[in-house]
Design a protein. Structure first.
Length: 415
């Protein structure tokens, strides 16, 4: 089949790889000049089943209220009369029960485990590299109360297959010597050896190049998707600013813009942009962290990407405003200097702000939507880098009519 994939981020590119591997004639349409220039350009770098907990939970209500009067908490909400924001918020609040949080987390974890396997299989099959490290991730806490709560919280995921080690501060620094400078400030942490790290942009561009050379996948850049040409119940072509592109099937992977396209097509697709900030800094070869980490009290995550340190923070509800200013990175740099004193020069940091495509339940959506040959692969939220490859394989199975490798319950689009 001739298949059009809309979006050349990590989600769309992974889907294109698997579809191309199945022998389809695949074209990826991307509005930017290259792949991974939107959401996939920068993130914390964590490939982390350990971070599969759904955002919507009873605790989220407390965090939301605290964010209104606690600067630097990591959550920022700009009240808006945007109907889509209001609808999304109401749906999000509807997911903030213990039962829904557990159900959504279980679905995310199932996909995250599978996706971790898929990304490593892709790396081995293609030989691409992306500053990856398979050493695990440490989730650490600055107070005993938060440490105890975090351990209890993580046990839900551990009971479903995540290998973890509960570590006091001495053991934590044995696992991650890079935290030695703040040992006395920490109560302890949780080590997840199954987690890993890597640069999503390097991965996407390498996979796009490999897929083009070896599978014949075509990438059409600087091209904006304007809609679909639909006849009856079938998509006949993708409408772009460069004209119509005929196809036999379409995979929609437009990241935070997926909700906008869904509304054009009459599809209930409540994807909303949640803004995050990153800073990437050069570091010495033998200095700094040896693996990824999350400062759970400050809601700041980081990865070592070769001789670079990537730090990420903030979940900000600000619509599609991509702008940023120096003060947006103040808490992030403070934590960087605190954790790794003398390691970074913030004046030379590469600063970035972009969006996570969030569903109200934190679970991505896949499969057919409204039209017989339109497939969704979007809404991955803050763990798109973690889940992308598993989603790509899952969608390729759906297109081929194969039984997926994992249980599809909770992952398929429900109209």
């Amino acid at each position: 089949m001739k298949i059009m994939v809309l979006g050349a981020g990590v989600v769309g590119t992974a889907a294109a790889y698997y579809l191309g591997r199945d022998g389809h004639d695949v074209t990826v349409v991307e509005r930017h000049a290259n792949s991974a220039m939107g959401t996939s350009q920068s993130n914390a770098g964590l490939v982390s089943p350990g971070d599969s907990t759904a955002w919507a939970s009873p605790a989220a209500l407390t965090t939301f209220i605290k964010s209104l009067y606690t600067p630097g908490l990591g959550i920022k909400v700009h009240f808006s009369l945007d109907p889509q924001f209001i609808i999304w918020t109401l749906r999000f609040l509807g997911q903030c029960t213990t039962a829904r949080a557990h159900a959504n987390t279980a679905v995310k974890l199932r996909l995250a485990f599978y996706a971790r396997q898929c990304i490593n299989e892709i790396s081995e099959a293609t030989g691409i590299t992306y500053d990856e490290r398979r050493k695990g991730i440490v989730y650490f806490y600055r107070s005993q109360a938060s440490f105890d709560a975090g351990a209890k919280h993580m046990q839900f995921i551990a009971d479903r297959g995540l290998e973890i080690e509960i570590a006091n501060r001495d053991r934590l620094v044995e696992i991650e010597p890079g935290l030695a400078a703040v040992k006395d400030q920490l109560a302890g942490g949780i080590y997840s050896p199954m987690d890993q790290t890597g640069d999503s942009a390097l991965f996407v561009r390498a996979l796009a190049d490999w897929s083009a050379k070896n599978l014949g996948v075509k990438f059409v850049y600087d091209t904006t998707v304007e809609g679909l040409d639909i006849e009856g119940n079938v998509v006949r072509a993708v409408k772009t600013n460069r004209g119509a592109m005929p196809c036999d099937a379409v995979v929609l992977s437009l990241g935070p813009e997926s909700g906008l396209m869904g509304r054009k097509l009459g599809i209930d697709l409540p994807v909303y942009p949640v803004k995050g900030y990153t800073a990437t800094m050069a570091i010495g070869g033998n200095e700094g962290p040896t693996m990824g980490g999350v400062d759970e009290n400050r809601l700041i995550a980081y990865s070592r990407l070769g001789n670079r340190l990537r730090m990420a923070s903030t979940a900000e509800f600000a619509g599609f405003d991509r702008s940023h200013k120096p003060s947006d990175f103040k808490a992030l740099f403070k934590t960087a200097h605190d954790l790794f004193p003398g390691l970074i020069d913030e004046s030379k940091a590469e600063l970035w702000a972009g969006f996570r495509p969030m569903m109200p339940n934190s679970v991505p959506v896949h499969g057919r939507a409204r039209y017989a040959n339109l497939y969704l692969d979007t809404g991955h939220g803050h763990v798109g880098w973690t889940m992308a490859c598993g989603s790509g394989k899952f969608v390729s199975d759906l297109v081929a009519g194969r039984k997926p490798d994992i249980d599809p319950q909770g992952l398929l689009y429900q109209n």
